[in-house]
Ligand binder design. Structure first.
Ligand code: 5GP
Length: 188
């Protein structure tokens, strides 16, 4: 089966940016588009950034077993659709999941062969600065995310691979080496 890579870590650590860099360097990799009940941010496109669902739609999919994993985060729900993952793995395409820690734990149980990487911020201050600087979340939301981040950071020891996102190019390089080693290992 094709490889599944889980990229996790606190909100604001730069998972999305690192993954964009990774996808540019390893074009065969594809990102699974998650489902969420949060509102789209300006510029986000349904079906591209997320599948934006109502609470009812999300619930129906949970009941139908449509999720590989799902979790509540900051009052909203997020989940990986089985369809997103399986149509790629069935076609031999390696997939990246960008998910928070509770979801990563579920994938660890249900898909132990997935490679899990925790992205570590250089400091908690750096997280705050990134969350404030990207300008996508209201101040109360930023505080909620930083509270969750403390718990998420405490869980980093559970993850076999850690990459610190201090200098972005270096972090992307580390991710690329890790992913290539896994993909090459499979081919050989
Ligand atoms: P955001 O609202 O900033 O887009 O995402 C909030 C958090 O949810 C981030 O840590 C993000 O990685 C995570 N997330 C995004 N998609 C999923 C998903 O499908 N499952 C889980 N468990 N978390 C997700």
């Amino acid at each position: 089966m094709a490889r599944v890579f889980v990229i996790t870590g606190p909100s604001g650590v730069g998972k999305g940016t690192l993954i964009r860099g990774l996808l540019a360097r390893i074009p065969e990799l594809e990102l699974s588009v998650s489902a969420t009940t949060r509102e789209p941010r300006p510029g986000e496109v349904d079906g591209v950034d997320y599948h934006f669902l109502s609470e009812d739609e999300f619930d129906r999919k949970v009941k139908a077993g449509a999720f590989v994993e799902h979790a509540a985060y900051s009052g909203r729900r997020y989940g990986t659709l089985r369809s997103e993952l399986e149509r790629r793995t069935a076609a031999g395409i390696p997939v990246v999941l960008e998910i928070e820690v509770q979801g990563a734990r579920q994938v660890r149980q249900s898909l132990p062969s997935a490679v899990q990487v925790f992205i570590v911020p250089p400091s908690e201050q750096a997280l705050r600065e990134r969350l404030v600087g990207r300008g996508t979340d209201a101040p109360e939301e930023i505080e909620r995310r930083l509270e969750v981040a403390e718990r998420e950071l405490a869980a980093q020891g559970e993850f076999p691979h850690k990459v610190m996102n201090d200098r972005q190019e270096e972090a992307v390089g580390q991710l690329e080496r890790l992913v290539r080693a896994e993909l090459d290992g499979e081919a050989g």
